[in-house]
Design a protein around this ligand. Sequence first.
Ligand code: ATP
Ligand code: MG
Length: 159
Amino acid sequence: KPLPLHDFIDAELASYKSMSDNHQVAIHNQVAEHVEVTADSTTLTRILRNLVSNAIKYNRPSGEVDISYSENDSYWQLQVADTGIGIAQKDISRLFERFYRADDSRTKQKVSGTGLGLSIVKEMVDAVGGTIDVKSQRGVGATFTVNFPIVKDEDRTTN
Ligand code: ATP
Ligand code: MG
């Protein structure tokens, strides 16, 4: 059944509030009120939690996080954009590997983590037939984009 994405994200964000307050990062839910998606809420929660917690902890003080939505005929897209430390080009290809952590976050920023979050996100995105990619400029920020396939009614098997 369709999920009201804006409200779903707001409810999620409430549970990260102490984390974003601690980091002095403002999170903006830019998904329009009327948007509904077909998705497994547990999967969506896990994906959001990993991407948003990264966008908070690799941000700068008074930084921002924008969460936005778009769609086309075959995919709906969720984007998490931050104004943080960004990711060096050499790290981008390895980001979704288990235990991989970029040098900047370990040495410069001294943020703790296991390096597992994004590998889990990638597994979940793969499992639903979606894709994930990242664009970043070092020192400016990072944008993670997840594409979820739209399951059309005529593709569903009925009996
Ligand atoms: P955890 O398992 O707690 O999530 P983690 O955050 O280190 O640990 P991942 O979420 O898998 O692990 O991220 C892997 C690495 O990618 C991070 O260590 C960091 O170097 C880099 N990274 C991830 N998201 C961002 C981001 N939004 N901005 C900058 N670097 C990021
Ligand atoms: Mg993480």
